[in-house]
Design a binder for this molecule. Structure first.
Ligand SMILES: Cc1cc2nc3c(=O)[nH]c(=O)nc-3n(C[C@H](O)[C@H](O)[C@H](O)COP(=O)(O)OP(=O)(O)OC[C@H]3O[C@@H](n4cnc5c(N)ncnc54)[C@H](O)[C@@H]3O)c2cc1C
Length: 469
C-alpha cells in the first residue's frame, strides 16, 4: 500500500478558536494515524491572541477563573500549572488573572501539540482570506491574491466587526474609535480630554479602568445603563436547574430562572449559582424556543441576562466602583442623538439633552450580530456562493451539530466548519473559552472523520444535501 495522501486543513483565524482547533487537529491526526497538514491563516502577528487576549494592560482580567480555562477540559490544571511556572508563584484555580497571559498560554499550547505530533504538519500563514472558492476542492483566496488548495476549511473568524448602529449616522473623525481592541486604537485618545464610551458591558469596564485618570471624566452610556454584576471572591458551586423540558415557552423559562435564583438566594444567600447552573443547558434552551420567543428574549431579556451571566471579576468591580465614587467615571442610560466632529474631538448631544465635548468616542457595544449586515468580503462570498447561509434569526452562520456549515438550499455541502461566535444563531452560548475548547475538539473530530471517509461515501452523503446532524 502507498503512503496515505496528506489531508490539508486551512484554519482561517488564529485567535483562541483557530489556535485550539489547530492543536486538536494535530491530536486527532495522531489518534487516527492520518497525515494532516494544518495551515493556520491570520494576518495578525501573534497566534492565540485575537481580540480578547491582545491587550497589554494587566488590569484587563479574564472574567472566568483560571481553573476553568484549561485548553483541554480533560486536563483542568493545565492553565494554572502553566501560570504557576510562568509567574513563579502558585496560581489558584479561583484566581482571575490578566488576560494578556492567556494568548501566550494558547500559543504555547499549540507549540506543544506541534512538537508532539507524529502524523501532523503545521504551517502558519500571515494572510487575510477574502474569498473561498469551491471547484474540485476548496481554495481560500488571500487579499494578496495568492491561494491555497485545501481539503477542509475551518472558519475561526471570531466576532463580526462592529457595524455603525452605535452612532447616529455616518460620522468620520480621528476621535471616533469603532474598534477599541484594534492594535494602537487607544493611542488616538487625546491624553487630557474627556471620553465617551458607548456601551456599558465588560468592554466598557476594561476601557474605563485604562482611560480613567485625574482631570478626565470617562462618560459611559447605553440605552439601559446596566453594568455587569460582579463575581464573588469565593464563587459557590453551580446549582443544576430542574429539567428544562418543563420550560415549554419563554414565560415558563423566565419563571424557572427567577424561581431558581430566589431558591439559591434563600439557601445560599447568592443568586449566581442559579445562573451558572444554566450554562450547560443554555444552547438546548435556546434551540427549544420558537423563533418568536427568541426574538422576544433578545428584545426584552437579553440585557438582563448578559449582565448577570457575563460578570466582572471582583477586582475590576472594585476598581470601577472606586472610579465612579470619585467622579472619574460616570455611567448613565442614554444614547447619542448628534455627533459633530471638531478640531479637538467630537461635540455630542445625548438623549437626555446633555451637550458633551470629548476627545474621543469609543464603541464598546460589541460585535455586529446580523450576518447580512456584515461587510466582511469572506462572509459576503460565503453567502453569495451559497457555501453558507445565515443562522436562525440571521445570527451567525447556520451549522450542523458538529459545526459544519449548512449550505444554501439546493447546494452541495462543502467540508467547511466553523466555531465560536459565528454559531450564535444555533447555540447562543458559544463565545467563551469553556464552549470554544469543546467545539474545537468536535470540529477536529469532524474534519478527520470526513478525511477518513471513502471517496464514494463522501459523494453519496454530499448528494443527500446536508452533513450529518
Ligand atoms: C475584550 C474581550 C474580552 C474577553 N474576555 C473573555 C474572558 O475573559 N473569558 C472568556 O472565556 N472569553 C472572553 N472573551 C470572549 C472571546 O471572544 C473568546 O474567549 C475567544 O477569544 C474568541 O476567540 P476567536 O478565535 O473565536 O475570536 P478572535 O479572538 O476574535 O479571533 C479571530 C481571529 O480571526 C482573524 N480573522 C478574522 N477574519 C479573518 C480572515 N478573513 N482571514 C484571516 N484571519 C481572519 C482575526 O484577525 C482574529 O485574529 C472576550 C472577548 C473580548 C472581545
Amino acid at each position: 500500500m502507498g503512503a496515505a495522501r496528506v489531508h490539508t486543513v486551512a484554519v482561517v483565524g488564529a485567535g483562541a478558536a483557530g489556535t485550539l482547533t489547530a492543536a486538536r487537529l494535530l491530536d486527532a491526526a495522531d489518534t487516527a494515524r492520518l497525515p494532516v497538514e494544518v495551515q493556520l491563516i491570520d494576518p495578525a502577528a501573534a497566534t492565540g491572541q485575537g481580540a480578547a487576549y491582545s491587550t497589554t494592560d494587566p488590569r484587563h482580567l479574564l472574567n472566568v477563573p483560571a481553573g476553568k480555562l484549561s485548553a483541554r477540559p480533560d486536563r483542568p490544571d493545565d492553565f494554572t500549572a502553566w501560570l504557576t511556572g510562568k509567574l513563579s508563584r502558585r496560581v489558584g484555580s479561583g484566581e482571575y488573572v490578566s488576560r494578556l497571559h492567556y494568548g501566550h498560554y494558547l500559543s504555547d499550547h499549540l507549540a506543544r501539540a506541534i512538537d508532539g505530533t507524529a502524523h501532523g504538519r503545521f504551517r502558519r500563514r500571515h494572510e487575510r482570506v477574502v474569498d473561498l472558492v469551491d471547484d474540485d476542492g476548496l481554495r481560500p483566496v488571500f487579499s494578496s491574491g495568492a491561494q491555497l488548495r485545501a481539503d477542509s476549511v475551518v472558519l475561526a473568524l471570531g466576532q463580526l466587526p462592529a457595524g455603525g448602529g452605535w452612532l447616529p449616522g455616518p460620522v468620520t473623525s480621528p476621535g471616533i474609535l469603532s474598534d477599541p481592541w484594534a492594535p494602537g486604537a487607544l493611542d488616538r485618545v487625546p491624553p487630557h480630554s474627556d471620553v465617551l464610551l458607548v456601551g456599558t458591558g465588560l468592554t466598557m469596564s476594561d476601557l474605563a479602568l485604562t482611560l480613567a485618570r485625574p482631570g478626565r471624566v470617562v462618560h459611559a452610556v447605553s440605552r439601559h445603563g446596566l453594568v455587569p454584576q460582579r463575581h464573588t471572591p469565593q464563587p459557590l458551586p453551580a446549582v443544576t436547574p430542574p429539567p428544562y423540558r418543563e420550560c415549554g415557552d419563554l414565560p415558563s423559562l423566565r419563571r424557572m430562572v427567577l424561581h431558581q435564583a430566589a431558591v439559591c438566594r434563600r439557601l445560599y444567600g447568592d443568586w449566581r449559582p442559579a445562573i451558572d447552573g444554566l450554562r450547560p443547558w443554555t444552547a438546548a434552551l435556546w434551540q427549544r424556543m420558537t423563533p418568536e420567543d427568541r426574538r422576544r428574549f433578545l428584545a426584552e431579556d437579553h440585557r438582563h441576562w448578559e449582565v448577570h451571566r457575563h460578570r466582572m471579576p471582583p477586582q475590576t468591580a472594585d476598581a470601577l466602583s472606586a472610579a465612579r465614587a470619585d467622579g472619574r467615571v460616570s455611567i448613565t442610560a442614554g444614547h447619542i442623538v448628534r455627533a459633530t466632529p471638531t478640531d479637538s474631538g467630537v461635540h455630542l448631544r445625548l438623549s437626555d439633552g446633555r451637550p458633551l465635548h470629548v476627545g474621543a468616542v469609543v464603541n464598546c457595544t460589541g460585535a455586529q450580530r446580523a450576518l447580512h449586515e456584515s461587510t466582511d468580503p469572506l462572509i459576503s462570498s460565503l453567502l453569495s456562493t451559497g457555501l453558507g447561509r445565515a443562522g436562525p434569526l440571521g445570527l451567525g452562520l447556520d451549522t450542523a451539530d458538529d459545526g459544519r456549515l449548512l449550505p444554501a438550499a439546493g447546494r452541495r455541502p462543502a467540508p467547511v466548519w466553523t466555531l465560536g461566535s459565528l454559531r450564535l444563531g444555533n447555540l447562543w452560548e458559544t463565545t467563551a473559552i469553556p464552549e470554544i475548547r469543546v467545539q474545537a475538539a468536535e470540529v477536529a473530530a469532524g474534519v478527520v472523520a470526513h478525511a477518513l471517509r471513502p471517496a464514494r461515501a463522501s459523494v453519496t452523503a454530499a448528494g443527500r444535501g446536508a452533513p450529518g446532524r
